[in-house]
Design a binder for this molecule. Structure first.
Ligand code: C2E
Ligand code: CA
Ligand code: CA
Length: 811
């Protein structure tokens, strides 16, 4: 269809209306045709009926008049009157005339002479009168009719037209005359006939080609004034039929029955009008019905539309009722399913957008969202798990994920808002936290995270750093994240458990950048110094080994510990220069002590990045072996990370160093997640258990288990074990009891400059021996404490404020 509405409802209304109108139109047209046919038939029928009735009536009239005349002709009284006088004839005639109310009665003698003639006259509104005819005594002008007695004749006499019958009167077989009766053909007759046949009746003649009415009904009808049945009559819209009655003189007498079509088909037209009215009413009803059908059809659709709009708006609780229609119910059900699916997906998307998929705790986006509504004082802390990438690399991502989940689980137990903002970072918010409570809160947090746990039979000691900031008033999430991150980075650099943010931190960052640019000149101008921390041989209480730890004697910042600069040196590729510097100075120190009669082996820390560098190894061998031939004087401390990547050439270089007779020690053992079996293949001499396992070894059964099993395995592999971070007597005693070979830590001595070390060693004589062939003097734990408290507790290399130095293990 060419015409298309933009609304379904309008389309339905339009279609139904067009359909109904077409049906009604066709039915109207066929009804119209049928009516037309019926009308014609009815017209014909009515006309025929009228015509027949009229003919019958006229024939009956003439028949009865004729029969009457014949009967009267046999009347003896009349016969006698023929032979009597004129008065008797007239009396008898009148007598008979009255019986049939004839308009004319005549008696003729045998010679056709009028012997009696009676006429009725028209008297308007009065009783008609009977008068004597004027032809009495005269010859009857139509002698020829006398031989045609059984016929009706039309006689124009004195301006009146009569229908006459004639009957001979015989007396004893002899014709004695004629008797005649007749009626006027006049207005009265046509009126009577009209009444009888319910059709207009007209009688007229054609005289000299002209029509003349004698009488007709509907005289007053002006419209029909000019009507003549011989002429063209279409103008009058008439139905008519004419037939000749007979002749008057030379003219023919014609009777016409007629009626206007309008009057005839009035009933039929009324029917048609009713039909049209009915059709119009039907159309109106159809229109209303079409509208309601459209509403019924489109209402559920409208509801479905509203429903789908609600879905689009995200109103997922809405429902739709579409009535009983099976198809629409199916559609509604589908929409409902779609709604649920969208809702589910949206929830899932929103969950993915605002929650960390691994730990199912809110993420950074949620943090931003929550902070919008926050007002007032908040303590926000960012916790970062250390060395997570190493766990991933060595033990696999599954273990790494377990570690993250475990940390999330522990942090959840604090029952404060918690967010995961990065791969290894969490944000913990302490609402309504007083500044005096910050430290206890954060310590609790760190303790929670750092408690060791076992994954796949591997004991892990998770370490973490935290950055803390205090937000006040209108909270700015972005600023908070920046601050806690700066603070956390600093905590990492300084190797402290946490750092509270202040404006100075950013200045520190600047400082670090400035420091960095000065590394090269500092190396050249010997701003670096080595401090030495002794390793105590527990079996014979001897000190014949120290670890060289580098410090930067900065002209502005004073003595800086490695965590202030080491990370940046490593990142900027200056580690080779520093390590070479350290090795050279360690050898120089060894030689210096040897001159003083001290044979102290020196452990040097070598960065993992040095070990993958073949040039570095060649240079190292050149200095140690070629130039000084001091392979046995040096121990290289390497962390497990150095050989994590099996594809790197670190293993090859380690092998090279081994071949030159250089001793290797695995530093920070236990934090790098490599197995002892692997270390065996490295053929190292020494294993240094990281201080995080030693720190609580006396009280913590897990740490005890770890240290014990490490000792056992290491001994089986023929390795010497050094326990790092021994800070008290009990720990030292425990290690002694468990046959740990060496101990290192503040309880024995803090790192100190070379001269200080020599003095310390001299002062400690009697407690610690050095390379003596004498049997050693056994040191009781009590004596040990005294020795340390009195001589080594002064922190010569101690530059950080005491409050920020961790007492526990340091990552
Ligand atoms: P490290 O190799 O594990 O060195 C031991 C660190 O533990 C030293 O910190 C030492 O002061 C500290 N320490 C010793 N005993 C105790 C104790 O009883 N309790 C506690 N809490 N700490 C103790 P330092 O000197 O700040 O060195 C930190 C790290 O810097 C070293 O860890 C090492 O990885 C690195 N480092 C130091 N010097 C050098 C170097 O010359 N070259 C390289 N590549 N790295 C170095
Ligand atoms: Ca070390
Ligand atoms: Ca260490």
């Amino acid at each position: 269809m060419a015409l298309q509405f933009d609304s379904l409802r309008k389309n339905i209304v339009f279609l139904v209306v067009v359909l109904l109108l077409t049906v009604q139109g066709v039915s109207l047209y066929t009804t119209y045709l049928a009516n037309k046919r019926l009308e014609e038939q009815q017209l014909k029928l009515q006309l025929l009926r009228a015509e027949t009735l009229l003919q019958n009536e006229l024939e009956n009239r003439s028949y009865y008049t004729l029969a009457f005349a014949e009967t009267v002709a046999k009347d003896s009284d009349l016969k006698n009157a023929f032979s009597a006088d004129e008065r008797r004839i007239l009396l008898s005639l009148d007598n008979h005339r009255q019986r049939i109310e004839a308009d004319i009665a005549m008696a003729l003698d045998g010679n056709a002479r009028v012997i009696g003639q009676l006429l009725t006259t028209d008297a308007q509104g009065e009783q008609a009168k009977t008068v004597l005819g004027q032809q009495i005594g005269e010859q009857f002008e139509h002698r020829n009719w006398l031989s045609q007695q059984s016929q009706t004749h039309f006689w124009l006499y004195q301006d009146n037209l009569y229908q006459l019958v004639l009957s001979p009167v015989n007396d004893q077989g002899k014709l004695i005359g004629y008797v005649s009766f007749g009626y006027k053909i006049d207005q009265r007759l046509v009126d009577e006939l009209e009444k009888l046949i319910s059709f207009h009746v007209g009688i007229g003649m054609v005289e000299h080609g002209q029509w003349r009415w004698i009488a007709k009904s509907e005289r007053g009808n002006r419209r029909l004034e000019g009507f003549a049945p011989i002429a063209h009559v279409d103008d009058y819209d008439l139905v008519y039929s004419s037939y000749p009655l007979g002749n008057v003189n030379e003219s023919s007498l014609i009777v016409t029955t007629y009626r206007t079509r309008a009057s005839l088909i009035g009933a039929v037209s009324k029917d048609s009008a009713g039909l049209i009215l009915m059709i119009l009413v039907m159309c109106a009803l159809s229109l209303v019905a079409a509208y309601y059908i459209a509403i019924i059809v489109t209402q559920p659709l409208t509801r479905l539309l509203r429903f789908s709009k609600a879905i689009a708006k995200g109103e997922y609780e809405s429902h739709v009722d579409v009535g009983k229609s099976k198809e629409l119910n199916l559609l509604a059900k589908q929409l409902d399913t779609m709604q649920n699916a969208i809702h589910q997906r949206e929830r899932e998307i929103s969950r993915q957008a605002y929650y960390d998929h691994l730990t199912q705790i809110p993420n950074r986006n949620q943090f931003y969202r929550d902070m919008k509504s926050e007002q007032g004082a908040l303590v926000v802390s960012q916790i970062s798990i250390c060395r997570l990438s190493q766990i991933n690399d060595t033990l696999g991502h599954k273990v790494g994920d377990e570690v993250i989940c475990e940390v999330a689980h522990r942090l959840k137990q604090l029952h404060v808002p918690l967010y995961k903002t990065s791969g290894n970072g969490f944000i913990v918010v302490f609402p309504n936290c007083q500044s005096s409570q910050i430290e206890p809160c954060i310590n609790k947090l760190i303790r929670k995270v750092e408690a060791s746990f076992v994954v796949q039979n591997i004991a892990l000691h998770i370490q973490a750093h935290a950055g803390v900031t205090v937000a006040k008033g209108q909270v700015n999430a972005g600023q908070i994240l920046k601050e806690v991150d700066s603070a956390m980075q600093l905590a990492k650099r300084m190797n402290v458990p946490y750092q509270i943010y202040d404006d100075q931190i950013d200045l520190n960052t600047l400082d670090r950048l400035q420091l960095l640019s000065r590394v090269k000149p500092a190396l050249e101008s010997d701003e670096f110094v080595l401090h030495f921390q002794p390793k105590l041989n527990l079996a014979d209480n001897r000190i014949d080994e120290v670890e060289a730890l580098v410090r930067w004697q900065h002209p502005v910042h004073g003595l800086l510990k490695p965590d202030r600069f080491m990370h940046n040196i490593e990142q900027t590729g200056q580690m080779k220069a520093l390590s070479i510097w350290v090795v050279k100075h360690a050898i120089a120190q060894y030689l210096g002590w040897r001159k003083q009669g001290l044979d102290i082996k020196i452990s040097v820390n070598i960065s993992p990045c040095n070990l993958v560098d073949r040039d570095f190894c060649d240079e190292l061998i050149d200095i140690v072996i070629n130039q000084n031939n001091l392979a046995s004087a040096l121990i290289l401390e390497i962390t497990e990370n150095a050989f994590i990547d099996e594809n790197s050439n670190a293993m090859e270089n380690i092998q090279l160093l081994k071949e030159q007779g250089i001793c290797l020690s695995i530093d920070d053992y236990g934090t790098g997640y490599s197995s002892l079996a692997k270390l065996k293949s490295l053929t190292v001499e020494e294993l240094k258990i990281d201080r995080c396992f030693i720190h609580n070894v006396v009280s913590d059964s897990t740490d005890q288990m770890i240290v014990r099993s490490t000792l056992e395995l290491a001994h089986k592999l023929g390795l010497v074990v050094v326990a790092e971070g021994v800070e008290d007597e009990e720990t030292l005693k425990w290690l002694l009891e468990h046959h740990c070979e060496k101990a290192q830590g503040y309880f024995i001595s803090r790192p100190m400059p070379a001269q200080e070390f020599a003095r310390w060693l001299r002062r400690s004589k009697g407690y610690f021996t050095q390379n003596s062939k004498q049997p050693r003097k056994k040191l009781s734990a009590k004596q040990h404490i005294t020795a340390n408290n009195s001589r080594t507790r002064q922190p010569q290399d101690f530059t950080l404020p005491a409050a920020t130095v961790r007492n526990a293990s340091v990552g």
